[in-house]
Design a protein around this ligand. Sequence first.
Ligand code: MG
Length: 261
Amino acid sequence: MKKTIFVLTIFLVCSTGQLLAQHAATYLTAEPPENKTMKHEETEFYTPVPPEVKGVANFETPPPDAIILFDGKNLDKWVSSANGGAAQWTVSNGVLTVKNHAGAIRTKQSFGDCQLHIEWRTPTPAKGDGQGRGNSGIFLQSQYELQVLDSYKAETYSNGQAGSIYKQYPPLANACLPPGQWQSYDIFYKAPVFHKDGSLENPASITVVQNGILVQNNAAIKGKTLYVGHPWYEAHGMLPLELQDHGNPVSYRNIWIREIK
Ligand code: MG
């Protein structure tokens, strides 16, 4: 009996591993059917836990050719993702803050390859735990989430903490500063390339420096960053940058982008 269970376990582990490897290697370009019956837990892992490396935030002045997306004054460059109307988040004292239930906001302009700088701060005192603790997110091309979360001495699944490419890659280190402190992301992003028939030519890739610490090193994005199911690619061209409303009053400032052509 013990032997049967052992063999069965090995078989299950191998087939799950093969399935994941297959997904990683083939870059699905249609939604896999098993996504319909999967549970969110199936794409979350808690080990390894990224080592803590204390970073120093980078509050850099925008370079001369940067497009300033938020300079502390207004949301002129942004709209509501839901309806394209005015973005409803709060702007106060030079800071942009998620307004609960206002929904995600996106840039009016679409982007492809880019260098993006963004500063963010999770609420203090910290409230909630896990994915409910200072959750927002930066969606490159409205598809691929670089997680924003209070991951300072706070537990969640490794591939869902701050600095992760959500449910795909945990950060290489936990560079988080305490809640209430400003932090920085410097993001170097290469958009995916699709053939004319919609199949994938090259996956998107991303390098991220959080508070001066490398947390993603040219990671090959596997497709849309989904809460449930395996990632997959849907062909697209240039698309807006999007910021997530996850119901937590996370703040942003000094957002600028350089188009790489
Ligand atoms: Mg998020």
